[in-house]
Ligand binder design. Structure first.
Ligand SMILES: CCC/C=C/C=C/C(=O)SCCNC(=O)CCNC(=O)[C@H](O)C(C)(C)COP(=O)(O)OP(=O)(O)OC[C@H]1O[C@@H](n2cnc3c(N)ncnc32)[C@H](O)[C@@H]1OP(=O)(O)O
Length: 288
């Protein structure tokens, strides 16, 4: 990226080559998500999707929390002000449907981004904060994080990620459903037990450092292989096994022609030589 795009509710930086750090930037509101943040998030991830200098992304919250979910003032503004001006029930419903679909598209842009996204979570991860983390590939958390799938407590079924994506990756559905139906607060250990969190770190600094370091390892791999893997993983999540094999054969029938394979195979051969163990990590892959 020649210069990083600027947003009001997001802060972008490049802590390592080919790694983009995206920070939710409403720390005074514990990164509660309003319309502007939803809109900017979508623009940001669609832009990163095609940005050559970005190969892996770390998503975190600035200040004390990852995110406390939807901005409740924004939500009540929609239900009181915007709907108050519409009389007809069908038109009210279509207005709300549009708002839900626009919010879904915002968070889904993280899932659809072909670069791996690592969530570095700390402080609070509540409601839409969990939905947002559900759209990430990998979730690391600080030990002190408090989680809550809060939607039931505010009278709704979560509709922007948690109930749509997490059932595909969660490992303990019994506890997951308990957390959904009760909105009770849970900690990082429990989040890890159900498969929501991959790794736990002692401090916010440690979780961010680990996420950036992981992103940097991924960013040094072949972008053809990494992005192809994400595309295949997301496809496999959403289709049958037969479809997945067919998709992979079609995908690799062209991708196997990449020069990255020749580079990788040659470096593997060289790295068998004990004096040149780092040959693989030293390969320079061209941007895509
Ligand atoms: C179509 C889309 C559908 C999406 C649905 C999504 C649903 C959800 O996300 S449900 C979850 C909603 N979130 C919450 O209910 C959390 C609300 N926040 C809290 O309970 C507390 O802030 C918390 C316990 C997390 C932390 O308490 P603490 O005392 O440490 O901080 P506060 O003084 O409360 O917060 C600091 C300032 O941030 C503002 N804030 C925090 N969270 C939100 C939020 N979700 N929405 C709006 N504002 C939020 C808080 O008001 C304080 O602001 P100020 O008073 O101006 O200092």
């Amino acid at each position: 990226m020649s210069s990083l795009p600027t947003y009001e509710t997001l802060k972008l930086s490049q802590p390592k080559p080919h790694v983009t750090l995206v920070e939710l930037n409403r720390s005074s509101k514990l990164n509660a998500m309003n319309k502007q943040l939803f809109d900017e998030l979508k623009v940001c991830f669609e832009q990163l999707n095609t940005e050559k200098s970005c190969r892996a992304i770390v998503l975190t919250g600035s200040g004390k929390a990852f995110s406390t979910g939807i901005d409740v003032k924004y939500l009540s503004g929609v239900s009181v002000n915007e709907l108050g001006e519409i009389d007809d029930v069908a038109r009210k419903a279509l207005h709300v449907r549009r708002m839900i679909q626009s919010t879904q598209a915002s968070l889904r842009s993280v899932d659809k981004c072909e670069k791996p996204v690592i969530a570095a979570i700390h402080g609070h991860c509540i409601g839409a904060g969990v939905d947002l983390s559900a759209c990430c590939d990998i979730r690391y958390s600080a030990r002190d994080t408090t989680f809550s799938i809060k939607e039931v407590d505010i009278g709704l079924a979560a509709d922007v990620g948690t109930l749509q994506i997490l059932p595909k990756s969660i490992t303990n559905h019994s506890i997951f459903r308990e957390l959904v139906y009760t909105s009770r607060t849970f900690n990082s250990d429990e989040a890890q037990q159900i498969g929501l969190i991959g790794r736990i770190f002692d401090t916010r600094e440690a979780v961010l450092e680990a996420a950036i370091s992981l992103a940097s390892v991924i960013a040094r791999k072949s972008p053809v292989a990494v992005q192809g893997s994400k595309i295949n993983l997301n496809y496999a999540r959403d289709h049958t096994v037969d479809d997945n094999f067919l998709f992979a054969s079609a995908w690799n029938s062209s991708m196997l022609m990449t020069e990255d394979i020749i580079k990788g195979v040659m470096a593997s051969a060289v790295s068998k030589d004990k004096s040149n163990k780092d040959a693989i990590s030293e390969i320079k892959f061209e941007d895509i």
